[in-house]
Write a protein that binds this ligand. Structure first.
Ligand SMILES: Cc1ncc(COP(=O)(O)O)c(C=O)c1O
Length: 387
């Protein structure tokens, strides 16, 4: 196979693959193109690969379950689904009592909007500027960036955005018409901005006082990414709705909307997903949660992330404006466009992503080896130095 075979022109609708390598295989934090060239995943799997590309326990669970039962309508009970929901709830504070399973992050957000509107009978959703919650019409209405929203307007009515970490603005926005306050504890797509404790505590107090629900979108921050199993543990602020997806089933499509027990009986109406909660995905989910806990991957993310922050914060300030993040969710904001740095990293065998025009975003698998992570950081240091 010629090296050019590693690059393909896609006929996929709305493809973003042009000029990027084709990836055909993975092993831990390594991704391989058709020629066998290895790349280190510093973000290419968009935070899905917390356990790496081929976690053995998850693969075994998928194989075992595939021979038992792939799919079952949600109208029938299944012990694997029950086991997965029970295990997830066992890792969360006791206020959470119920889980709606879907197939993606955006669906976990859609369900949260429906739960909050149904439970409160109110229309308003308060989200944050620079926030990202998905691309279906409800979650897109909560998403901030104009270029993502504009081509699809009109979006849902009733959504307002406040500046992130601005307590006074949040206070002004949350009122007796507010169904939901929807926040990321660390804004991912919006440039890796970490919430202040004051902001999250204010969100908790204001929603309680107004009779609104508080949802944390932990689609990107959840499951060990920020150095805790769930990012909210860092601040001890417990939401009413917790939204999870990405690596929750070790790489299979999943979304989860975890609902505090007190709101479950107040939900009116129905919500359903044909594929949500399939035995296959739930079996993978049980195995993925066990790996995360057994291998102490949140602690690993904390350790690797903390030492990386120290290194990255000594990058030359004339090139780098700021380094932000928690655990293995790190943003390096440049004083210029990030694209040329990403291209140089790619040519050296490291696949990182951006968050906006100037931020290099690092979301490596939590199982990345010390040597691979060190090599990635060295490559960043070298390309920033002009290599
Ligand atoms: C915080 C957050 N919410 C929601 C989503 C949407 O998830 P999905 O692409 O699985 O629909 C994402 C995706 O990156 C995300 O980062």
């Amino acid at each position: 196979m010629t090296p050019d075979a590693a690059f393909t022109v896609s006929r996929e609708f709305a493809s973003t693959t042009t000029g990027r390598p084709t990836i055909v295989r993975g092993e831990g934090a390594k991704l391989f193109d058709p020629t066998g060239r290895a790349y280190i995943d510093l973000g290419a799997t968009h935070g899905v690969g917390n356990l790496g590309a081929n976690p053995p326990d998850v693969l075994r669970a998928i194989e075992r379950q595939a021979h038992e039962l792939l799919y079952l309508g949600s109208g029938y009970a299944n012990p694997v689904r029950t086991a997965f929901i029970d295990r997830l709830l066992s890792l969360l504070p006791p206020s959470f009592g119920s889980v709606f399973l879907s197939n993606s992050g955006t669906e976990s957000v859609e369900a949260a909007i429906k739960v909050a509107r149904s439970v409160t009978g109110r229309p308003k959703v308060v989200a944050a500027m620079r926030g990202f919650h998905g691309r279906t019409m409800g979650s897109l209405s909560a998403t901030w960036r104009r270029e993502l929203r504009e081509p699809f307007e009109p979006l849902l009515p009733g959504f307002v955005h406040v500046p992130y970490n601005d307590v006074a603005a949040l206070e002004a926005a949350v009122d007796e018409t507010t169904a939901l306050v929807l926040l990321e504890p660390v804004q991912g797509e919006g440039g890796v901005h970490v919430a202040t404790e004051e902001f999250l505590r204010a969100a908790r107090a204001l929603t309680k006082r107004a009779g609104s629900l508080l949802a944390f979108d932990e689609v990107q921050t959840g499951l060990g990414r920020t150095g805790r199993l769930f990012a909210f543990e860092r601040w001890g602020v417990v939401p009413d709705l917790l939204l999870l997806a990405k690596s929750l089933a070790g790489g299979l499509p999943i979304g989860a909307t975890v609902v505090a027990s007190e709101f479950v009986p107040r939900f009116k109406g129905t919500h359903h997903s044909t594929f949500g909660g399939s035995p296959l995905v739930c079996a993978a989910g049980v195995a993925a949660l066990e790996c995360l806990v057994r291998d102490r991957l949140p602690e690993r993310a904390d350790r690797l992330g903390s030492s990386a922050m120290v290194r990255l914060r000594s990058l030359p300030p004339e090139k780098v404006r700021e380094v932000r993040g928690l655990g293995l969710m790190i943003g390096v904001e440049f004083r210029e466009k990030v694209a040329p740095y990403l291209a140089k990293l790619e040519s050296r065998g490291f696949l990182a992503i951006s968050a906006g025009a100037t931020v290099l975003r690092l979301l490596p698998p939590l199982v990345i080896t010390d040597a691979q992570w060190d090599a990635g950081l060295t490559a960043i240091e070298e390309v920033v130095a002009g290599g």
